[in-house]
Design a binder for this molecule. Structure first.
Ligand code: BTN
Length: 252
């Protein structure tokens, strides 16, 4: 439960100083992402909003992101100015999460376009990005959920086939350490203007590249083809098409 140490003002100040950004800790909140976007709209300085529990956690494509209290790292990082476009920064954040998890003892962390982080071919973390423009470099809010302490019984029956946690895969980590390591990795990528080596690392970790996939997009017929590459802006290249949003699954 070390994350709850952030409720102590002196601890929070020390960690905020170390991470060079404000920290807002909530025992319970609707969604750290909604709160960080509120702060972004008000012009707040770089902040991490972190919570022990969300009552209305947001996933991608309008889905919910649920986690029992105290089991997960649930945080939203407000960057100002925005370090990049949301589409590509979701991929970079995946690399930051993979590096952080491996730095803390996990092995072979893989990435599924666009925002899934996988261990043992199951999802262990996800990323959500919202960007705003304001004529002064704008802001980017990156929401990250990492399954840390869940046991199999904490996942609903249908999720058990596709979701996992660090604990289930044998990596014991405390969430405050993960917050610190991950924040440092995100900052490292945010200040690095040369995206090529990070995208190369993304490609090495990618589960879909070179394989046949089916893409489902709203308002468009399903598309089958080989996932060839990712573009500099984060789009997935499938056959001759650029995919910027959609559901992608392996065929066969
Ligand atoms: C996904 O669907 O893969 C993205 C999940 C992102 C979940 C995180 S948890 C912290 C932050 N607050 C939210 O409401 N969502 C993101």
């Amino acid at each position: 439960m070390r994350l709850a140490l952030l409720a102590i003002p002196a601890v929070r100040s020390a960690v905020a100083l170390e991470l060079a950004r404000d920290i807002e800790y909530h025992e319970e909140i609707g969604s750290t992402q909604d709160r960080a976007r509120e702060l972004a709209a008000r012009g707040a300085a770089p902040t991490i909003v972190v919570a022990d529990e969300q009552t209305a956690g947001l996933g991608t494509k309008g889905r919910r992101w649920d986690a029992p209290r105290g089991t997960s790292l649930l945080g939203s990082w407000l960057f100002r100015p925005a370090p990049g476009e949301a589409g590509v920064f979701v991929l970079l954040a995946g690399v930051a999460i993979a590096r952080a998890l491996e730095g803390l003892g996990a092995h072979d962390v893989l990435l599924k376009w666009p925002n899934d982080v996988e261990l043992g071919h199951k999802k262990v973390a996800g990323v959500l990005a919202h960007a705003t423009t304001d004529g002064e470099g704008g802001s980017l809010v990156l929401g990250i959920g990492v399954n840390v302490h869940q046991r199999t019984s904490d996942f609903s029956a249908p999720l058990r086939a596709t979701a996992t946690s660090l604990a289930i895969t044998g990596t014991m980590v405390d969430r405050l350490s993960l917050l610190a390591v991950l924040s440092a990795e995100l900052d490292r990528l945010a200040v690095d203007s040369d995206r090529s080596p990070v995208l190369a690392e993304w490609r090495r970790r990618a589960t879909l590249l070179g394989r046949e996939v089916e893409v489902t997009r709203e308002g468009a017929p399903a598309l089958r083809g080989i996932a060839r590459d990712v573009a500099e802006d984060g789009a997935l290249l499938v056959g001759g098409e650029r995919i910027v949003a959609g559901e992608v699954r392996l065929v066969g």
